[in-house]
Write a protein that binds this ligand. Structure first.
Ligand code: GUN
Length: 285
């Protein structure tokens, strides 16, 4: 039987309605959450994501300000911008859209962001808090995946969780979040000796490698819950293609997220939630 679909788009919409109401409440107290979005260069995918983030802010009443910089911007100019934004009381969240051009030191820029305004959860302080199981900002995509699992009553505790991909943005924090919910977690990557064999152990599989359709149905345990974080641009396809081969995976899985309309919309919803959280922390309410 074909797998049930986990509708991230619908869940994200509901979360956005909640955020909108929360922002209205904050505005009655004289607080307007504010997000600064920094984009460097002309990457078309980044432009689409940034536009979507700005639109989501507008719809929920969050103030947003875009800083679009040329791809030859210097490290110093960017660091100065971040320092200024750290100081601004009307800006609660600062987001540096990745990837950025190679001449820039990404680590140093992410570290320049005030951890209290780090709504992407990429600062080492927030990453460290996640490792230690302490309160902090969680990276939006893996946090969105956890919301999807919760919404569809997928039990993580005690189950085999396989994360394919070890990026700082998704794979690593995803593994930590599943561990925090008491999953038995394995992380696979490009050097994993037998990917198919490890994947077949998974009760819950999260694919976040950025390789179109690398996970096929025959690599899944029957009845697995499959989360596809992939958003690959493929020639000849207008829509993004996931890391999971949807048609074959649907025949094996119990539940699966579609691409698009699965994890993608949740990333933005979690960003909005983090921005509201940052505004509350700043106002101590
Ligand atoms: N690039 C791809 N995903 C993300 C994200 O969640 N945040 C930022 N800042 N850049 C990204």
């Amino acid at each position: 039987m074909a797998a049930g679909i986990m509708d991230g788009k619908m869940l994200a919409q509901r979360l956005r309605e909640d955020v909108k109401l929360e922002v209205e409440g904050l505005k009655h107290k004289g607080i307007t959450p504010g997000l600064a979005v920094i984009i460097v260069g002309n990457d078309p995918a980044s432009r689409i994501y940034v536009n979507a983030k700005k639109k989501a802010c507008e719809e929920t009443g969050i103030y947003s300000e875009e800083f679009a910089l040329q791809d030859d911007v210097s490290q110093e100019q960017l660091e100065n911008l971040i320092v200024q934004l750290n100081r601004r009381a009307d800006i609660n969240g600062i987001l540096l859209q990745l990837p950025i051009p190679g001449h820039l030191d990404e680590d140093k820029l992410l570290m320049a962001i005030d951890p209290g305004k780090d709504v992407d959860g990429f600062h080492p302080v927030n990453m460290g808090n996640l490792v230690l199981g302490r309160e902090g900002f969680l990276p939006c995509t893996p946090a969105g995946v956890m919301e999807i699992l919760k919404e569809y009553n997928v039990q993580v505790r005690g189950r085999e969780c396989v994360v394919v991909g070890r990026s700082n943005i998704v794979g690593k924090p995803q593994a930590l979040l599943l561990l925090r919910e008491h999953g038995t977690v394995t992380i696979c990557h490009s050097r994993t000796a037998n990917l198919a064999e490890v994947c077949r152990r998974a009760d819950i599989l999260v694919a976040a490698v950025g390789k179109p359709e690398i996970i096929k149905g025959d690599m899944l345990k029957s009845g697995a819950v499959v989360i596809d974080v992939g958003m690959n641009r493929v020639e000849g396809s207008k829509k993004p293609v996931g890391d999971v081969e949807y048609e074959t995976a649907r025949e094996k899985a119990e539940l699966i997220t579609p691409v698009p309309g699965g994890v993608g919309p949740m990333t933005i919803a979690m960003l909005l939630k983090n921005t509201v959280k940052a505004a509350r922390l700043a106002a101590e309410c």
